[in-house]
Write a protein that binds this ligand. Sequence first.
Ligand SMILES: Cc1cc2nc3c(=O)[nH]c(=O)nc-3n(C[C@H](O)[C@H](O)[C@H](O)COP(=O)(O)O)c2cc1C
Length: 178
Amino acid sequence: MPHRIPGERLIAFFSRRGNNYVNGTIVHLSRGNTEIIAEKLQHLTGGELFRLETVNPYPEDYRKTTEAARRELQQHIRPELKGKMPDMEQFRLIFLGFPNWWGTMPMAVQAFMERHDFSGKIIAPFCTHEGSGMGHSEHDIRMLCPGAEVLPGLAIRGGSVPGADGELTRRLHRLNLC
Ligand SMILES: Cc1cc2nc3c(=O)[nH]c(=O)nc-3n(C[C@H](O)[C@H](O)[C@H](O)COP(=O)(O)O)c2cc1C
């Protein structure tokens, strides 16, 4: 019988509220897709939720956000993170959630990863997306955290977020995460 991976869980995520593409149409999201998945994970695992926020919020407008995100990616800009960071010492397993932005994680997530030492920890990445899945984010996470064990990512399409509970539960059991 497989055993649940021991240790405290952190669910660190970045998510943007506002206008976004879902199934080919721009819609207003009062709660971000990744935020909803993070909350479901919190409910299923009992982990601690931590929302990554930038000092300068991204525009509510979808297209302006894509432009800002592309500029950050191309110019290797790390946006300044807001607030107090979690005490990483106490966590063994980190669920790391983000929307797929231009094929990888947003630069705010990169900034978070560069700020902490993930050696000896287990990272379970998850993302929401509009067709690109995890993109090359898992590769990027491995490059940023060579001392961590990075589990296979879970990618959920934006339109499937409300009904994702079954898939989340199955995945958590398969990876012995709950
Ligand atoms: C700046 C930006 C870039 C995006 N790039 C991609 C992409 O490369 N591939 C993709 O499948 N979806 C892309 N999307 C769509 C988001 O990944 C998707 O809408 C996601 O569910 C949003 O999550 P959130 O509501 O938690 O922010 C992009 C969205 C934005 C705002």
